[in-house]
Design a protein around this ligand. Sequence first.
Ligand code: 5RP
Length: 225
Amino acid sequence: MNQDELKAQTGQESVKYIKSGMTVGLGTGSTVRYMVDELGKQVQAGKLTNITGVTTSRRTAKQAQDLGITIKDIDDIDHIDLCIDGADEVSDDFQGIKGGGGALLWEKIVANASNQIIWIVDESKLVHKLGKFPLPVEVVPFGAQLVFNRFERKGYKPSWRMDGDQKFLTDEKNYIIDLHLGEIDHPEKLADELIHMVGVVETGLFLNRVNDVIVGTQNGPKILH
Ligand code: 5RP
């Protein structure tokens, strides 16, 4: 199986954890696309009823609505039963980097409102230590170059997330700076430092958040607790 088939496998498998009546956080990314497709099929077939989705990006909202899944604004619900989202890296101790698709801020807000979180990844995302995948940091446009320069001085090897020849804009109209750190020895310390820098809105470090990880492998989906 190629990587795309592994993503499809884990995305489809994760729908088994959704029960009728649930409010479900719908993540963002190519793996989540498979999950939302499968959820849409089951809703259309009447196998899952009374499902409410809360999405982590406009992209996912459009896909889900096109499939007939009821979507609510996060401010109109009081909790989310289960959030299913992708990840860019998952370490041995269940810490993660997310935001490869640029949706980290809404993803963190949805995760924060969720009683249970499942990440769906293909096996290439499992790492011993975080940091090989560039760490996305969302920053407000005003003064963003100053934040970028500060990252440079700290040796964090920043690069602008681009969309063609323009800076990538998140759903909140912010920029993303990717930090090429190589290895992150102390993720909690780094997350704390970054979030306290003026101009930083959120980081792609998702620490102590996930309950289960469904991994797409050549031998079928594997669940890690
Ligand atoms: C988007 C994310 C994605 O979940 C993450 O980038 C994984 O994406 P994919 O399933 O396409 O590999 O965090 O902001």
